[in-house]
Design a protein around this ligand. Sequence first.
Ligand code: C5P
Length: 235
Amino acid sequence: MNAKERLIVSLDFPDIQKAQSLRDLLKDDVLFYKIGLQMFLRYGFQIVNEWKNFGKKVFLDLKLSDIPNTVSSAIRTLSVLEVDMINMHALSGYDCMRMAAETAKEVIPESKLIAVTVLTSFTDKGLQEIGIPHSPAGEVKTLCKIAKKAGLSGVVSSPWEANSVKNICGEDFITVCPGIRRSTDAIGDQARIMTPSKAIKNGADYLVVGRPIIKASDPKEAAISILKEIENAIQ
Ligand code: C5P
């Protein structure tokens, strides 16, 4: 995969006009976009269809989590959208991931169903507060094994864990990594961050980037500089 195929820009905007302006500005640079809860709750199927009609790839980041039948039914409902990537929480458990993976293979065979392991905003302390006695790295190791066994295509983790996910689950198991920051970017609420170049070298297949591009004074310059970093790291 080339650099352009590996960068996913996160459309974390309050309204669609801002997202459309960004898409126009980056029309020759960015191919893959992430549509998350903020946009999907307001614009629903319309925004996904619009992005697909513009020839863009879409990662629908709804982080589904519920009982197996409900998650599987939600995937069936979303199947008309033909998104390229969709996700659920690994903490929904093996049975839920297994049923979701079977449904996805049936109704969206071209899409990748991936599991969120530990959110990139979590630290050891945050996990302990909710009763998980492992470090994020340890918990990601446990959850990626279960996701792989359940038949998912890959996981979302921080770039710090991408290497161990590849070692445990194999090169073909996809690693999608938010928490990407260049050395000059503000960290914000993320905790387990890495630069684009280090993330690629540490095993990240896809980099999810929001604020370093969408809040930049010059988003085009920011996207191009991140693409260049990815390109240099691939070589
Ligand atoms: O602005 P920033 O680059 O931090 O955006 C990261 C994006 O990735 C956000 O849309 C966030 O919801 C998403 N995400 C994440 N951590 C995960 C899964 C998704 O930050 N584990």
